[in-house]
Write a protein that binds this ligand. Sequence first.
Ligand code: GMT
Length: 381
Amino acid sequence: MRIGITCYPTYGGSGVVATELGIELAANGHEVHFISYSQPFRLTGRDTGIFYHEVPVSNYPLFEFPPYDLALASRMAEVAEFYNLDLLHVHYAIPHSVSALLARQMLAARGRRLPFVTTLHGTDITLVGLDRSYLPITRFSIQESDGVTSISKYLKDKTLTDFEISRPIEVISNFVNCDVYTPYRDEAVRDEARRRFAEPGEAILIHLSNFRPVKRVGDAVKVFAKVVEQLPARLILVGDGPDRSAAEWLAHDLGINDKIHFLGKQERVNELLPLADLMLMPSQLESFGLAALEAMACRVPTIATQVGGVPELIDDGVSGLLYPVGDVEAMAEGAIGLLKDRNRLEVMRDEARKTARSRFCATLVLPLYVKYYEQVLNSAQ
Ligand code: GMT
């Protein structure tokens, strides 16, 4: 198939999922055309079967708000025509599904068919989509999509209820390439690599996010502060965003800044995750929690919040630990308990990797997308 993919190219789970999906599709012989305002950040160095088309947005002085969604629709229609695309797959409903809807109409007027699939990721439904200024058009573009998938059952139910959607939504969970996100085979090599961040005998905790308020990065720092009171440890913070400076101030105020590595945005998180003993994901809400899955594939269990789609990924007490939002005390206790009981931690580490491999590997999930595309192509008018 020839598939056009549109996503936010910046640091964020929906862009990661879209990019990894494109990479996997191309590796399986499909032709993939990314259409976005800049190259998705995890796409660098990939080329066979993958093409990137930038969307130029005019900044004519009259435009206080340059209409990206229109420029995107135009480019989608052009790329679909020039490269003979079979379908478009847009990630994150706003504004991508509206642009795809326009592109489909533009091509229909020229006698061409361009069905599109919308994948819902999270705040396009739970936050931004519910904003009155976006709700009617988001609902319309979801309803009008040729196919709609959501990354968890939680998000599907939320969409059906909050948006009063009557069309079917297919749950296709997020996935991870279990060969790229993988634990160290040799513990001695891992120990050596850990020396970059910690002394021997120190535990390593890690947090990976876009540092938006919903991630509650401050809670990760507070949990770590309590852990480090009880045992020697280091925290690696990967990512960047609006709350980074607040997290740095907090680390200074708590007197633990010398024990925290603020790494900023990193391209190869698969090389960092397997170094950790535990992942911290204290989010206000996660419709799935991709960062936790990536850690689990690397044999790193997560201390997370019991929100949204997270319980569909993490089996509490088995492949990770779940707590109420903001319960820093309990999350710290959970982390300390595991780090002090190495046998229990090892069992949980195995369970985390086992869950990733048995339910969320790219090899399992990719065929579901391909089958869904075929279904959409066969049913689209
Ligand atoms: O919805 C967002 O806040 C943005 C989005 C993103 O681009 O990072 O995150 C969502 O999509 C991810 C990938 O499918 C999920 O793993 C995240 O749980 C989800 N975020 C939320 O639901 C807050």
